[in-house]
Design a protein around this ligand. Structure first.
Ligand code: WTA
Length: 708
């Protein structure tokens, strides 16, 4: 400990306090906090294990401080060193980063390595196979929904499949800049298709395969994709999902809306699913349009393995990924080639302290950003071996995760707090059956992790020898922005700790003023890092309005944060109209819009309520039209409607009858009050702004009848 403090002090003194300008104040505050108070917190800190520190990329806290300082003071040199790892067809002519973060000074923009030409697919595959001799190295251990189904894919095999897929897409008319929608389960072909797009300069738009046909339709229409890649179906646990049928419904809906951009649909025959015998397989529906649809196997069998990569500009788009927006309409977050490559590469390498012989497993679905950055691009950019898992944590038994860790000798494991809380419920017994001694580092992402779950993860899963990296980030940030580094950062359960390299966080109060020291408020970032989003697809105005208007000069995350006396950041949750259910962001407006589609509903308001496993769940207040009765049938219909419109992740947990909603005199619904009613908090504070305070009593009296 003393050593740690001494080296921190050295780092502080090397900072030349006199050299700090006003702009550097966050960095200064940050470092001063870090260095001064670490010893006081001894009791609650979890220190990095010395054996991990021995050959770590960032081996101790003072190395972190030094690198962090360099990343902010000399971003040019810092990122140039990272870029030197990769292949550039043409070098950059501009600086590593250019930007404007201040709406009052003109359009918001971020550019990384202007003038450079490269290709993402070349850098994550060809470079390893051709230059790094990794052709035989395993890229993925694919583990199916059922433990009987698994395969191994090497970098060499993957390059060949990706090139063939790229040629299929080209034959289907896909050109540089065209969008390809991908609606696939967690099978290797999902990664092949993403990289095939990247190879030919097409922009992929992956849609999570748990979304409904309406959600898929909306995302295809917004992106105006020309090709859809899907599968016949998939089992998630015991449940069969007819992906092709859902895809056809989505395409039919887009036709009805007069916007059918898809000319070709490539369909993967899910082999494992076909092997499944018994009645359930007969439920598989594969509607077919012979003009439009092609089977993947047939298309791939006569496709060439030669495909020259398309050399793209550093700032050409790599992909679009939709994320919930507070207006209800999802936003197409756009990430570009060079910056995303540098950032996912470096965060993966440092946050999981990647080494060549690691077996890494991230349990997320590639349909979300975590899968894009930390199953596909980050690990592949490093030449890593990963597990690609199709199933769910409790199928066919509650020890499935632990069984997989033992089977592949997983060294780095990354999952969500919701999964941890779910597995905690089954106690230690399922873990004791398996050998988890291969584990070195544990990670979490997606939502705040409660200290109880953190400690269970650390002690029971990691046997008190694996640091837990609680990584805070967003679809928009492209990669981790607040995160511990496993060999460097003393941990506090529940805190995402400190910023990653190049990231300068600060906390603002309601008036947009920076608050220093111990404080709570809006979490914002002062400047970009290479992996931050560039725009909302085809809607730059929405990009500026959403993230940059509220506090000019800053990127606004939409999350609240607290900085403690030691400078550690604690995310306090969303402070906009968004909910985080099992780590998935949903907008209240989106769910309200689905509820009001029901002919019985005149008005709906949705708030979050804490949930033991999911973190938050949906509590919906509905006001029915006069002649309707609030009964079980209506509640069931409302739940089905939300599932159909958005997907099963948005299924309401509670629906309560609300003869009226609490509103201000100007008619604004007071969600704070609804949240308190949902939580049964009787002390509601000041109700004077309500048009009719009696509404509150009525809602409390109806509360016990809320249908779960
Ligand atoms: C939340 C997921 C606390 C946060 C990568 C953020 C977290 C939203 C954490 C983004 C964490 C993510 N601690 N909250 N470690 N990680 N969040 O776009 O509210 O699906 O704004 O990206 O998840 O969700 P998204």
């Amino acid at each position: 400990m003393l050593n740690c403090v001494a080296s921190l002090q050295e780092a502080l003194f090397s900072l030349h306090p006199a050299g700090f300008t006003r702009k550097d104040s966050t960095l200064k505050t940050q470092l001063v906090c870090l260095i001064m108070v670490v010893p006081e917190s001894q009791g609650e800190l979890y220190h990095p294990p010395p054996d991990l520190q021995r050959d770590a990329h960032v081996p101790d806290f003072s190395s972190y401080v030094g690198m962090y300082k360099k990343s902010l003071e000399n971003p040019e040199a810092f990122w140039k060193e990272v870029a030197d790892e990769f292949f550039w067809k043409k070098p950059a002519t501009g600086p590593m980063l250019q930007y404007n973060f201040d709406v009052t000074k003109g359009n918001i923009f971020v550019k990384c390595m202007e003038g450079a030409k490269t290709n993402m697919c070349y850098n994550v595959l060809d470079r390893h196979v051709r230059e790094g001799n990794l052709g035989e190295k395993v890229a993925y251990y694919w583990e199916g929904n059922s433990p009987e189904h698994h395969t191994t894919i090497t970098y060499g095999q993957m390059l060949s499949s990706v090139c063939r897929c790229a040629n299929v897409l080209k034959r289907m008319g896909v050109r540089k800049g065209d969008r390809v929608s991908i609606y696939l389960p967690m099978i290797p072909e999902l990664v092949y298709t993403m990289l095939a797009c990247a190879r030919i300069g097409a922009v992929h738009s992956v849609v999570f395969a748990g979304f409904s046909s309406d959600s898929l339709c909306e995302r295809i229409m917004d992106a105006q994709s020309s090709v859809l890649v899907t599968a016949d179906g998939v089992y998630r646990g015991d449940k069969l999902i007819n992906l092709k049928q859902i895809s056809d419904e989505a395409l039919e809906k887009s036709r009805e809306k007069g916007s059918s951009s898809i000319s070709k649909c490539l369909v993967i025959k899910h082999q494992a699913l076909r092997m499944k015998t018994g009645a359930s397989c007969n439920k598989l529906q594969t509607p077919w349009d012979s003009e439009r649809d092609e089977w993947w196997d047939e298309a791939m069998s006569d496709s060439s393995e030669d495909c020259e990569p398309e050399w793209l500009d550093a700032e050409d788009p790599l992909f679009i990924l939709y994320t919930s927006g507070s207006t209800g309409k999802p936003k197409g977050v756009v990430h570009t080639v060079a910056g995303y490559l540098l950032y996912t590469f470096l965060t993966f390498k440092c946050v999981f302290d990647y080494h060549h012989d690691d077996v890494y497993w991230c349990t997320a679905d590639i349909g979300w950003i975590t899968g894009h950055s930390y199953i596909t691009y980050g690990p592949l950019a490093n030449g890593a071996t990963s597990v690609l898992f199709e199933g769910i944590p409790v199928h066919p038994h509650v020890g499935r995760f632990w069984e997989i860790i033992e089977k592949y000798k997983v060294t780095k494991f990354y999952t969500a707090p919701t999964a941890i809380r779910l597995l905690m419920k089954y106690g230690q017994e399922p873990l004791q059956k398996y050998d988890l001694s291969s584990l070195r580092i544990l990670g979490t992402v997606g939502e705040p992790i409660n200290p109880e779950a953190w400690l269970w993860y650390y002690k029971t899963v990691g046997q008190s020898r694996c640091p837990v990296v609680d990584t805070f980030w967003q679809t928009e940030t492209g990669g981790h922005v607040l995160t511990p580094l496993p060999a460097a950062t003393p941990l506090k359960p529940g805190s995402a700790t400190f910023p990653f390299f190049g990231v300068e966080p600060t906390i603002l109060n309601e008036h947009g003023e920076e608050v220093e020291g111990e404080a709570e408020g809006y979490l914002v970032f002062r400047k970009p890092w290479p992996g931050i989003m560039r725009t909302v697809y085809e809607n730059h105005e929405r990009f500026e309005n959403t993230y940059f208007k509220k506090f000019p000069g800053f990127y606004v995350t939409g999350d609240g944060a607290r900085r403690d006396k030691d400078g550690y950041f604690w995310i306090t949750g969303r402070i906009d109209d968004m909910l985080n259910v099992s780590g998935h962001l949903l907008s209240t407006a989106e769910v309200e819009a689905a509820l009001t589609l029901h002919s019985a509903v005149s008005e709906a308001a949705v708030v979050s309520r804490p949930h033991q496993v999911k973190g938050e769940c949906l509590y919906c207040f509905v006001t029915l039209k006069d002649s309707w009765e609030f009964d079980k049938k209506t509640v069931a219909e409302l739940k089905t409607l939300v599932r159909e419109k958005i997907g099963p992740i948005a299924t309401p947990d509670f629906i309560q009858n609300a003869p009226a909603l609490p509103k201000t005199r100007s008619g604004k619904i007071m969600r704070r009050i609804l949240r308190q009613i949902a939580r049964n908090e009787k002390d509601l504070g000041d109700l004077s702004t309500l048009a009719d305070p009696k509404v509150v009593e009525v809602l409390f009296s109806q509360r016990s009848k809320a249908a779960a």
